[in-house]
Design a protein around this ligand. Structure first.
Ligand SMILES: Cc1cc2nc3c(=O)[nH]c(=O)nc-3n(C[C@H](O)[C@H](O)[C@H](O)COP(=O)(O)OP(=O)(O)OC[C@H]3O[C@@H](n4cnc5c(N)ncnc54)[C@H](O)[C@@H]3O)c2cc1C
Length: 338
């Protein structure tokens, strides 16, 4: 059955910009519902690099991406956001003050304003074209490392030639029984320092680099991998006993339905007014990686500031005749969460 909700602001995307938008809306007295196509909050930070340290978050000299998301969630929680995860917003109807969003699970959300914090668009991993791959996903095949210690003592095959593949091969070599790195070219696209480290580990036998080669076939039972066949460019095959496969072939991102909502776009981003974060449609805002204006910096901290601008502008538009007295959080405080 369809579910229907009503809120002040619907936020599309639960990445760092969307989560901070919940806080900023809350401070402006606006309730928020947040929708994300992924089944967890955090956007790129959780899906792609939860255990990597970020160094350019103000007042946090170093914070793991996953930890940043936990903090943002905690900061937003006094305002009681409602999360609708594992569903994509596919349609928007209406106008400022009376929008309706429809999701891929037929959830209907009526909202007075919309903040699109959709990052690079609804995204998912680029999957290698292997038969029955879906039966191993989440048990033996992972597109991101969420719990490094869960791979302790395992035989791990990492596929890909970029930073993620090389960095995780190095990081997991400490705890894995064996690491295989499979890449279809001899050359990797990772930093020189990381490559040097990878070759040092290969010299010890802890890591085996197999190039040029690609994944050919998965073997196992009940979602548990036992071995993987790989093939060179001439089709010659060999196999390795493997418990875990980590394919790092990047993200498939697509604007998807967002491209059909009548917003003025610049390539795959939504044009916004830099002062208010409003898009070409009154009442619809865009923040974070999805928003574009001259000299835009695609950084988490930029998204935070844009979220504040959007929330303040929504408040101003809701009460056009009332002078808005800007108040610092130190003056205003936050609601008690208990
Ligand atoms: C490896 C790596 C390292 C990085 N390091 C840094 C760093 O050190 N410092 C820094 O500032 N930045 C860094 N970044 C960039 C940073 O992660 C992004 O700038 C940030 O995640 C953007 O946040 P966002 O909230 O705008 O979007 P995202 O984090 O991309 O989240 C957007 C969310 O919106 C969802 N979505 C999109 N469309 C829909 C839809 N129609 N319906 C429902 N959900 C939808 C997506 O599923 C996604 O979860 C790094 C990025 C990567 C990949």
């Amino acid at each position: 059955m369809d579910q229907e909700f009503q809120t002040d602001v619907a936020i599309i995307g639960a990445g760092p910009a969307g989560l901070f938008a919940v806080f900023q809306c809350g401070m402006a007295g606006l309730k928020a519902h947040v929708i994300d196509s992924l089944d967890q909050i955090g956007g790129q930070c959780t899906a792609l690099y939860p255990e990597k340290p970020i160094y350019d978050i103000p007042a946090e000299p170093s914070i793991l991406a996953g930890e940043l998301i936990e903090q943002l969630e905690a900061q937003a929680s006094p305002f009681g956001p409602v999360y609708h995860l594992g569903q994509q917003v596919v349609k928007i109807n209406g106008q400022e003050g009376a929008f309706t969003l429809t999701t891929s699970k037929n959830t209907l959300i009526a909202a007075k304003a919309i903040i699109i914090a959709g990052g690079a668009g609804a995204f998912g991993p680029n999957r290698p074209p292997l038969e029955n791959i879906e039966t191993y996903e989440g048990t033996s095949i992972f597109y991101a490392v969420r719990n490094r210690n869960g791979f302790s003592g395992k035989k791990i095959m990492i596929a890909g030639g970029g930073d993620s593949a090389v960095d995780w091969a190095i990081s997991l070599a400490d705890i894995a029984q064996q690491i295989y790195v499979v890449h279809r070219r001899d050359k990797f696209r990772a930093s020189a320092a990381s490559l040097e480290k990878l070759h040092e580990l290969a010299a010890t036998g802890k890591v085996e680099i197999i190039t040029p080669a690609q994944l050919e076939k998965l073997d196992g039972e009940n979602g548990i991998l036992t071995s993987i066949t790989i093939a060179d460019l001439d089709g010659n095959t060999q196999s390795r006993d493997v418990d875990i496969l980590l394919p790092f072939f990047g993200l498939a991102t697509e604007l998807g339905p967002i491209a059909e909502w009548g917003l003025v776009l610049d390539h795959h981003q939504i044009k916004t007014d830099q002062g208010t974060a409003q898009t070409s449609v009154t009442g619809i805002y865009a923040v974070g990686d999805m928003a574009i204006y001259p000299h835009k910096l695609r950084l988490i901290l930029t998204g935070f500031a844009e979220a504040a601008q959007a929330a303040h502008h929504i408040l101003t538009r809701r009460n056009p005749d009332k002078a808005q007295h800007f108040e610092y959080s130190t003056t205003k405080g936050i609601p008690s969460n208990s």
